[in-house]
Ligand binder design. Structure first.
Ligand code: HXC
Length: 258
């Protein structure tokens, strides 16, 4: 399917989705979020795809939800349409791994979109922020929730109350991003990580993602039980025999997703 506000390339088992509204620093409007959800669903449905990378431009991953589109809306409008709620839940609900490769601004909804991905690889130029407070509103797609879980109350409060931006180095220190690389190396690093994931056994990749995500939804003892049961269930796969057998035979495993 042809998209207007994103591009999608599937190469060697990795679906690379680029946000593409350069005139508005990739601000997230209904059309873009609709297309992004569609592309992620297609990635989930396409057996060839084993990992997804979402990126933006050098200057902006995404500078937030589209302020022009939102500015005239009333309370009743955003309440009844439940603005972007379905989109962010659907993005976070993608079953296959999704990496955010962030260069430049990841602000407001852009930061929230990056946080809805499984992990963030940042260029040294990346800037994260929840500046909605400057617009007389608050974050609405996870900026008070996922950010607080990622970096703790002190920094999340600071970001949400002052609207200040956090650079890549601080974001890595705070635990918001997993890696920081020079801007020139961003896509190589993100595609390299995606390719590594694509080489694993898909059942264990899906199970690992579900299990880590469980940590955000439940108590430690329930989460431990969930992990233990999923771990046990992996022994029903042929890939467990292959993975452990290959280690003992000192060779590379040939996973078959079975
Ligand atoms: C619509 C935007 C935009 C946005 C930038 N643009 N951000 N349009 N929505 N969020 C547009 C500008 O209007 C401008 O268009 C063009 O992109 C370039 O932006 P400039 O401001 O000229 O660039 P620069 O001076 O380099 O400043 C970059 C910036 C600034 C610091 C990122 O653009 C900025 O502060 N943007 C808004 C960030 C923000 O507040 N985000 C949170 C949005 S609310 P023209 O036509 O003038 O060239 C949100 C809520 C989510 O995300 C929850 C929803 C449920």
């Amino acid at each position: 399917m042809a998209f207007e506000t994103i591009t999608v390339e599937v190469d060697d088992h990795v679906s690379l989705i680029k946000l593409s509204r350069p005139e508005a620093l990739n601000a997230l409007n209904s059309e873009l979020l609709g297309e992004l959800c569609q592309a992620l669903k297609e990635a989930d449905d396409n057996d060839k795809v084993r990992c997804v990378v979402i990126t933006g431009s050098e200057k902006a991953f995404a500078a937030g939800a589209d302020i022009k589109e939102m500015s005239e809306k009333s309370f009743v409008d955003v309440f009844t349409e439940n603005l972007f709620a379905e989109a962010i839940d659907s993005i976070a609900g993608t079953r296959k791994p999704v990496i955010a490769a962030v260069s430049g601004y990841a602000l407001g909804g852009g930061c929230e979109l990056a946080m809805a991905c499984d992990f963030i690889i940042a260029a040294e130029t990346a800037k994260f922020g929840q500046p909605e407070i400057n617009l007389g509103v608050i974050a609405g797609m996870g900026g008070t929730q996922r950010l607080t879980r990622a970096i703790g109350k002190a920094k999340a409060m600071d970001m949400n109350l002052t609207g200040r931006f956090m650079d890549a180095e601080e974001a890595e220190r705070a635990g918001l991003v997993s890696r920081v690389v020079p801007a020139k190396k961003l896509m190589e690093e993100a595609m390299g990580a995606a390719t590594k994931i694509a080489e694993k056994s898909m059942p264990s990749v899906l199970a690992a993602k579900e299990s880590v995500n469980r940590a955000f939804e439940t108590t430690l003892s329930e989460g431990m039980l969930f992990e233990r049961r999923v771990f046990h269930s992996m022994f029903a796969t042929e890939d467990q025999k292959e993975g452990m057998g290959a280690f003992l035979e000192k060779r590379q495993p040939q996973f078959r997703d079975k």
